[in-house]
Design a protein around this ligand. Sequence first.
Ligand code: PLP
Length: 457
Amino acid sequence: MQEYLLFESSFHIVKSISPPYLMHLEKHQVPGPKSAELLALSKQHEPPCMADQVPLVWDHAEDVWVYDVDGNRYLDFTSGVLVANVGHSHPRHVEAIRRQAGRLMNCYSFPTPERIQLSARLAEILPANLDKIFLLTTGAEATEAAIRIAKRYSGKHEILAFSGAFHGRTYGAMSVAGSMNTRRKFGPALPGGIVAPYAYCFRCAYDKTYPECDFYCVKILDRIVESASSGDLGAVITEPYQGGAGFINPPKGWLKELARWAQDRSLLLIVDEVQSSFGRTGKMFAIEWEDVKVNMICIGKGIGSGMPASALAGESEIFSCMEPGEMSSTTGGNPLSSAAALAVIDIMEKEHLPEKAHETGAYLLKRLNELKAKYECIGDARGMGLALGLEIVENKTTKTPSVALCRKIILGAAQYGLMMGKVGIYGNVIRVAPPLTINQQECDLAIAILDKALSEL
Ligand code: PLP
């Protein structure tokens, strides 16, 4: 039996002062009996179209640890799909929600101090040109709002997007998606979505290699637009890295090159940071890595760190194309979510979580690369901060995606107490995205578990 030293689970303030204890890599059954019973009930009453996850039922969570209904404990490498950036149930987050829940939870579009303060705080931490904030509830709502405003402001109906892109499940977002499982068998999308290959260097659409390619994938955009556009292109939408497509990170400089291309053609640039914002990549917003000027930015997930919240931030001039009453959302900017988001910003700053994500992420990526060198089925280990992915392949030469191996690794790791999920255009990428509060000892434990699961394949 292998043993690993680990600090006591709890928030990292406590982590550093608690005595270490031994964690045994013992296998448990997944799903456990209580999970199995609930999953059977779920099968009867919940639609089968929900995400394909490890078969277990979450009960509660604390910081980087999740407990299932059978009492099994897991290191959480999902963050509940990149949501729990400040750690699950951070005490200050919980306290802010409790306090607000007893005061006022919703009042539709009447202003509240919490909503106004959140807009002001976001404007403060965003680039100066993004000074208007429209608060919403989900990521798809934020991307939909961006699309609506881009069309109204530019007076043009076409939007350039990228293959593999995921901007949400609503129709507007679907129409600028490049992911098949978002569009497949849903009939014609809204007109105007033009899709170009993304900078997926591990599987380059043009069979080129970076940096010799000199951003060929941006340079060729004119030809793509020329053949697909009716001459009515008004905006470009992109993610800074594609999470849903499998943590595909374009090479440094790509976003800047794209921003330059868009600006030269007077196109609006919308960056979808629903997933990449709030410290995930090691900066509060991923665009900070590239020093690019964008016209609108969509924020979600980590902003609420568990409470439903999202936002569209944009330039005043762009928002001025909308008349009062033309945009609304029943729960957008509700005081409960706003109070939670204000607490998140506070925690992020006080605990330096973006910087921590940068540091711990670099360490974790180094450790993942060690596994890549050891195992033939790990084709690529990549990402920034704590938004990392492991691309699972049959072998490194053919790079044939292997969904079956990916599933086996995820289940094997869960049996030893590591919770992961799978994503990707081919469904063969393991998501490595723990809460930003994770420390190096916890990363070491995760690597040990992953190593064990891989060795047992
Ligand atoms: N945009 C991106 C980049 C996302 O990753 C997601 C969700 O995964 C969305 C939009 C949609 O967000 P939501 O599921 O909150 O609607």
